[in-house]
Design a protein around this ligand. Structure first.
Ligand code: MN
Ligand code: MN
Length: 467
């Protein structure tokens, strides 16, 4: 009996897939490395709340690591490091490989835009002696989560004379914050009986920006005038200058350790900075790879990748075409041999909302980087589906390098769905699969990730680049 049991146990070990808690799979040393890596990540989160700020951070890091701006008239050697910025909102970082583009390129692509409240083109108004901003939300948000959260104003105002003014209010100690109001429970009988999509609409997301008049003249709209005067004094802008601005409201708080054991990080914008930072660090650390490695921090993913800085734009393919031409290659031949990790998050299993998930095919906090074979919705609509062969190649790579990893689908089959940039890369006839960090409360103002998973995602991208 005893012997039979042990045989079964042995066979189980051989045949069953066993994805244990990450702490049971790695050394204490590795866990410490993960914590240290995440200190850098938290700094990035606090400095890069918008795509423009993430690009600025990435370019600074790249320059400090020997990257120079790409010049297509120059000849590059293996180990050379170049970057290209697209309209301040997306950046590509390439490390030239020994074989250049001849055997395809290795792509790591993460996005640096996150759900938020953009200001409308004509945002400022006064009502009942209060000044407010009208907003237009960007990306998929649950609107009820945004009222009563301290918000900061980030972005740029482009002036007619060609100058561009950086705006950031609410991040420095002592800065004021802005906020969307909500109705008190005492008077919310009607609101609370409504379905959520009716109770909180886009037109409810008005940001309170002021309440005192400019002076004691009995002029109309004196509170609005006061706010415009403050903006004029600080930035030299007038109301019409809002028309040529990219201004957005993001949560004003900083990234924080979560849990009494400090095992997690809570922050705005983990999706997808939690993959962008590991991809950027992997790009900094890779030396002279076999094939050229290209890391892309892209914009516009949260709204479907449309626009000249999103992955439906030709900007990445055009860059690869330039690199290919230098090697005497055609873009299509490079693409056909290229491989990509689409570095994006997946929804971590949440025991409080267990019914939204299918436990056998969900990803979990602390089990490592999650490989998502396909996303989409319904009958696998709107998704690429990584081939069995490419999945085998990636899991072999990760196992060989002792990277913590797991797989996951996005929730229950008919529970909803979502997508990443993977399908656009697949449409260029490259091999691609999603790999990234499991997230709790995804798209909320304060999202949660595990430190082990962030570090595992860095390691996955690094070995993919260096292999
Ligand atoms: Mn994402
Ligand atoms: Mn997202």
């Amino acid at each position: 009996m005893e012997k039979e049991k042990s045989q079964a146990k042995q066979l189980k070990e051989k045949l069953f897939m066993d994805k244990k808690h990450g702490m049971l799979q790695i050394s204490d040393e590795e866990a410490v490395k993960a914590d240290v890596f995440c200190d850098g990540y938290k700094d990035f989160l606090n400095r890069a709340k918008t795509e423009r700020e993430a690009v600025t951070y990435a370019v600074r890091a790249a320059q400090a690591h020997g990257f120079t701006e790409y010049d297509r008239t120059k000849t590059y050697q293996a180990g050379d490091r170049v970057y290209v910025v697209n309209r301040h909102k997306a950046v590509m970082l390439a490390v030239i490989g020994k074989n250049g583009t001849k055997n395809g390129v290795r792509l790591g692509i993460a996005h640096i835009d996150s759900p938020r409240l953009d200001l409308k083109p004509n945002p400022l108004y006064e009502s009942n002696d209060l000044a407010l901003f009208k907003t237009h939300y960007y990306g998929g948000i649950k609107k009820y989560q945004w009222p009563t959260v301290p918000l900061a104003l980030h972005g740029v105002v482009a002036m007619k004379d060609g100058s561009v003014i950086d705006v950031c209010i609410g991040e420095e100690e002592g800065d004021p914050c802005l906020v969307v109001t909500d109705l008190l429970p005492h008077l919310a009988v009607e609101q609370m009986s409504q379905v959520m999509t009716k109770a909180f609409t886009g037109e409810h997301l008005n940001v309170l920006v002021g309440s005192r008049p400019f002076n004691r003249d009995e002029e109309s709209e004196n509170v609005k005038l006061h706010i415009l005067h403050i903006l004029f004094e600080k930035y030299g802008m007038t109301e019409e200058d809002f028309l040529s601005a990219d201004l957005t409201m993001v949560p004003a708080f900083k990234a924080k350790d979560v849990g009494l054991d400090r095992s997690m990080i809570g922050s705005y914008g983990h999706d997808d900075r939690v993959c962008a930072y590991p991809a950027l660090m992997a790009a900094m650390d890779v030396k002279a790879p076999e094939s050229t490695v290209i890391t892309v921090l892209t914009d516009r993913e949260e709204i479907g990748s449309d626009g000249n800085t999103g992955m439906k734009s030709t900007y990445l393919a055009d860059f690869i075409a330039d690199l290919a031409q230098a090697d005497g290659m055609a873009l299509r031949h490079v693409m056909a041999k290229s491989t990509c990790l689409s570095a994006d998050v997946n929804a971590a299993f949440d025991p409080t909302y267990a019914s939204a998930f299918e436990a056998n095919n969900s990803c979990y906090l602390n089990k490592g980087a999650v490989i998502t074979k396909y996303t989409g919705s319904g009958g696998k609509y709107s998704t690429s589906d990584a081939s069995a062969e490419y999945m085998a190649q990636i899991r072999n790579l990760l196992d060989k390098n002792a990277v913590l990893w797991q797989t996951g689908e996005l929730g229950k089959v008919d529970g909803g769905g979502g997508g990443t940039i993977a399908k656009f890369v697949a449409n260029w006839n490259a091999d691609v699969v999603d790999l990234g960090v499991p997230v709790l409360s995804m798209h909320a103002p304060f999202e949660i990730v595990s430190k082990l998973d962030v570090y595992a995602t860095y390691r996955a991208l690094y070995v993919f680049y260096a292999d």
